[in-house]
Design a protein around this ligand. Structure first.
Ligand code: ADP
Length: 484
């Protein structure tokens, strides 16, 4: 791969400031989802390397937590500057191992880096309180202290941003971290670790362990009493397992799990705006984000008009390898992903839905799926209740506002929801009635470092980004000062 900065090509794990292989020398292969080409071999680590990483993070903790917030902020800020200076290289690495178009990868580098900048600043504002006392000779004081060693297990769909969104607040608060990146996308994580090293993070503050399967590392990270906090983004199934595993050592957990986002188009919506929002929300990253519109609910009176406008816009999307100029739709991450999308589309069609666009795999290679629109989709089809994670927009029909809210909330998930409407009363009513952690109103893109990202119900616990993002990495200590 032609990186300008060849030092960003790192293929070993990172423990206590050193690049290390797996103890048994075993590696696993990282491939390009667009072509199937082999990119690198990366250490297949397990419990013992993870223990070393945890011990390194624990040893680095006392010196890191006692630095001033400003000292930590300066290093985080340098890391931000270095990521932005390396934007092109990081984007290329990301596109090659993950598949997203280069323009989106550049966007993710900027988005991912923004958490470093944001939390460098927020870290200086972790205030405690002096609380009015319950006795004349006593004072109540609270301080917020770093929770300790943090484990971060991250997914492949945002190989950089899911790491920085967890690690930046943890590091800013004074915690040290052990990162387990997704097996599909370890190279971006390792390049980030190299940049962190250059930025001046002391050895052991940031560690990265890689593996072809998460289970062994996950068992150690969740079972080891030194780790005080697990922050996980990934599937609901694995999130539930990790939460159970954390119970024995009563760790704090933050979970960002699956979604089943409704995207509601009311009859008073600006349809062109709604189409633009749907394209942004549905087809970004080829539909592989946990906030992607999963169910497009359209009011009866505008259903046909919306379907027609959406089809015209989706027909303009261009499928191909993410490295190719002008491509807007890259491959899906792997065979499992493409098979799942195919199964859901076939199920809907066999139950009476119609593919007005796409509906099958696309030409450039085995992992590509045509941008698809399904009409005549109903709530009894699997696609209503399962996360698609692919470029497929199923259009459901609804009668009125109550109907829309009932359908939107008819899921155990509650991450992101979107709706398009102009009536101000409706905007408040629907905004408040949606059982979701994030609601985009006349807006299809909601992620930014300055807003709290997170779900309710089975979509997760905790918030990432914003002034609230640090809360998950600190403990409140109450000190009662008596005998005055
Ligand atoms: P997806 O299905 O989207 O790949 P996963 O939840 O399987 O989502 O993966 C998200 C992250 O969780 C990845 O880093 C993966 O390696 C890790 N992971 C998967 N299974 C486990 C497990 N049993 N313990 C710990 N981590 C796991």
């Amino acid at each position: 791969m032609e990186l300008n900065d060849t030092g960003l090509w790192q293929t070993l794990g990172h423990i206590n400031g050193k690049w290390v292989s797996a103890e048994n020398g075993i590696t696993f292969s990282v491939t390009d989802p667009a072509t199937g080409a082999h990119l690198a071999d990366v250490p297949d680590m397990g419990a013992s390397e993870t223990r070393l990483a945890i011990d390194a993070a624990n040893a680095a903790l006392p010196a890191w937590r006692t630095k001033t917030a400003k000292e930590r902020a300066n290093i985080l800020r340098k890391w931000f500057d270095m990521c932005m200076a390396a934007q092109e290289d990081l984007a290329l690495l990301m596109t090659r191992e993950q598949g997203k178009p280069l323009a989106e990868a550049r966007g993710e580098v900027a988005y991912g880096a923004s958490f470093l900048e944001w939390f460098a600043e927020e870290g200086k504002r972790i205030y405690g309180d002096v609380i009015p006392s319950h006795g004349a000779d006593k004072r109540i004081i609270t301080v917020k202290q770093p929770i300790g060693v943090v484990a971060a297990i991250t997914p492949w769909n945002f190989p950089m941003a899911m790491i920085t969104r967890k690690c930046a607040p943890a590091l800013a608060a004074g915690c040290t971290v052990v990162i387990k990146p997704a097996e599909d996308t370890p190279l971006t994580a390792l390049a980030l670790a190299e940049l962190a090293k250059r930025a001046g993070f002391p050895d052991g503050v940031i560690n990265v362990v890689t593996a072809s399967h998460g289970a062994d590392i996950g068992n150690e990270l969740t079972g080891n009493p030194i780790v005080r906090k697990l922050s996980f983004t990934g599937s609901t199934q694995v999130g539930k397992l990790l939460m159970r595993q954390c119970a024995d050592t009563v760790k704090k957990v933050s979970l960002e799990l699956g979604g089943n986002a409704p995207f509601i188009v009311f009859d008073d919506a600006d349809l062109d705006e709604a189409v633009a929002g749907a394209i942004a929300s549905k087809y970004r990253n080829a539909g592989q984000t946990c906030v992607c519109a999963n169910r497009i609910l359209v009011q009866e009176g505008v259903y046909d008009a919306f379907a027609e406008k959406l089809a015209a816009a989706v027909a303009r999307l261009r499928v191909g390898p993410g490295t190719e100029e002008g491509v807007t739709q890259g491959p899906l991450i792997n065979t499992k992903a493409i098979e799942k999308v195919e199964t859901l589309v076939n199920d809907a069609i066999s139950c009476g839905a119609k593919a007005v666009l796409g509906g099958a795999r696309a030409k450039p290679g085995s992992n590509f799926f045509s941008p698809t629109i399904l009409t005549g989709v109903t709530a009894d089809m699997r696609i209503f209740s399962e996360e698609i994670f692919g470029p497929v927009a199923p259009l459901f029909r609804f009668r009125d506002e109550a109907d829309a809210i009932r359908m939107a909330n008819d899921t155990p998930f509650g991450l992101a929801a979107y709706f398009y409407a102009r009536d101000i009363g409706r905007i408040w009513r629907v905004g408040e009635a949606l059982e979701y952690g994030i609601v985009g109103i006349n807006e299809g893109i909601i992620s930014t470092e300055s807003a709290p990202f997170g779900g309710v119900k089975e979509s997760g616990i905790g918030r990432e980004g914003s002034k609230y993002g640090i809360d998950d990495f600190v403990e409140i200590k109450y000190m009662c000062l008596g005998g005055l």
